[in-house]
Design a protein. Structure first.
Length: 261
């Protein structure tokens, strides 16, 4: 099960840091892109070279890597190699896919996520089929990490102000995580996420759920909120992968996070 994998990885690595692997090609945007030294004639090779190097550089201070499907859409074939490298370095391989569709479509996605070798994936609960998805995922030995209270500003309206049966939507999702026996929940650490929200989510989901915590770094997430999650998996992205020295950058955060555990 994913929870046991999480416990082993965090113990072996002495870390609860996850790296968001979101590699943008130089032609995609003007800043925060893959450095020229990785660029090849083939985009797939550029993405692969950069991804594998980042994984290797940060592996001493991380327990998980989370490639984002959106950055690999034209070259998903390389994700199998990336997942394998992540696991060879002793870390959890999580696909940031935000799966959300009808059952048959989700079933197809689960097949390919399993074939690529990932340990878990992120899931959007808005289609309402969390229970079925978790059951099918567990049959394939895949963990399901449910978007519960995201870090982007729009989540304040969609997941806090919006209610279901008189309770904030994020709390409704948290209770669904518990009922469906999902493996994790995505929770933001940004300014609008009050301490009480995290505490209430923790109370609702129980003690064996991993909190994939987002927003530390450029989004301004507050690292001190980590202490409210029993099983944290704290995500870092642009501040590490696009730094001049990713290994040094992640070690800096590693040292900071130790204060809160």
């Amino acid at each position: 099960m994913f929870y046991e994998k999480y416990l082993k990885a965090t113990k072996d690595k002495g870390s609860f840091i996850n790296i968001n692997l979101d590699p943008a090609l130089p032609k995609q945007r003007n800043e925060k892109v893959i450095p020229d030294r990785y660029v090849s004639k083939e985009d797939s090779e550029t993405l692969l070279n950069f991804s594998l190097d980042i994984i290797e550089q940060v592996s001493d201070y991380c327990c998980a890597i989370k490639p984002n499907t959106q950055y690999y859409l034209g070259h998903t074939g390389i994700l199998k190699k990336i997942a394998k490298k992540i696991q060879e370095e002793g870390m959890l391989a999580i696909l940031d896919h935000k799966l959300s569709d009808i059952g048959s479509s989700n079933g197809s996605a689960l097949y390919w996520i399993k074939e690529m070798g990932f340990d878990a994936f992120t899931f959007s609960p808005f289609a309402g089929n969390t229970q079925t998805t978790v059951e099918k995922a567990h049959e394939n030995n895949l963990g399901v990490i449910v978007l519960t209270l995201m870090s982007n500003p729009e989540a304040e309206k969609m997941m806090i102000a919006t209610t279901v049966n008189g309770q904030p939507y994020h709390l409704h999702i948290a209770k669904t995580v518990k009922e469906a026996e999902a493996d994790g929940c995505v929770v933001g650490l940004t300014g609008f996420v009050k301490d009480t929200y995290i505490k209430n989510i923790q109370k609702a989901v129980g003690d064996r759920v991993v909190f994939l915590l987002q927003g530390v770094g450029p989004q301004g997430g507050q690292a001190n909120k980590i202490r409210y999650a029993r099983n944290p998996l704290v995500s870092l992205g642009r501040a590490v992968i696009y730094s001049d020295n990713p290994r040094k950058a992640v070690k800096g955060y590693y040292d900071i996070f130790k204060r809160y555990r």
